[in-house]
Design a protein around this ligand. Sequence first.
Ligand code: PHE
Length: 350
Amino acid sequence: MTEYAPRNTPLEQLAQLETEALQALEQVQTPEDLDRWYHTYLGRKGALTAILRSVGSLPPEERPAVGGRANEAKRRLEAAYDARAEAVRQAQLARELEAGAIDVTLPGRPVGPGHLHITTRTLRQIYAIFAEMGFQVYEARDVETDEMNFGLLNMPPHHPAREMWDTFWITDEVLLRTHTSPGQIRVMRERYPEPIRVILPGKCYRYEQITARSEHQFFQVEGLAVGRHITMTDLIGTLTAFARRFYGAERRIRIRGSYFPFTEPSIEADIDCILCGGKGCRVCKYSGWLEIAGAGMVHPVVLANGGYDPNEWSGFAFGLGVERPAMLKYGIDDIRLFYGNDLRFLQQFG
Ligand code: PHE
């Protein structure tokens, strides 16, 4: 950069600066040159900026003329800069094209096909097994009323069994379903007076700490059969057939008495541990058994709430997990992986 001799008047300095800057701009070829030029003349510490700043220290009568001229120079240099910047950009593009840096004839990068989520795959395996036994798939809603999720399932307000499900409440009356069982009432009310054989898959929500073993969102598959002569034997046979198809033909089943407000009697079904075969290991907590379902005969109050006269009709219901069985089957040790969106995990189940 030239030093401007103090003997020049400010107006002379400006003219000289402008000429020099425009000449220098002619030489600019690259984006780096361009930056350097801007910095030298128009930047915060640039030559023109310095002159503009010094206007205030001139004798008052000189200020308007010098200020006006300096602003004019600034406008012209900015316009010249913009034009040059565009020219540099175009030249750069042309060079890249010529060098083949952008080969517009190359095919685009392929977008890989997606695949099903491990939960979806597991659900479909479950559907297929129950479809063979004549169960239709019915989807109920995720957002439920207190009435459907609890009340009509034989849990009036303040029933202690409500404590079995920590609940996400939306209002005093509306909640995120804590299990798929409210779907039982919806199906019965829709199907009456037909016999029923359905499964109800869906996401359930519980106000719980997330750990390697438990999520606050997870899937269940509810099963419901209602007919004129349905017995506990049908229930046990159905669960046994399912377990052997899903976990392997050699599985043994164990039935334990249990309690749910909406079934009577209530049971829980276990299979012998698929890892140790019943000898006892870390996965089955050395019991030799793994729980696969809560179930029972539909409680007469629930049948009646669904519109079916319990003196004429009977039914069974069960609730299966989805993620836990998938964890067992594929040896997954942390339930958080299912909805953590880590592709390295998900892509293993393509
Ligand atoms: N709804 C129960 C639960 O989430 C499971 C269940 C379903 C039990 C159907 C009996 C009959 O724990």
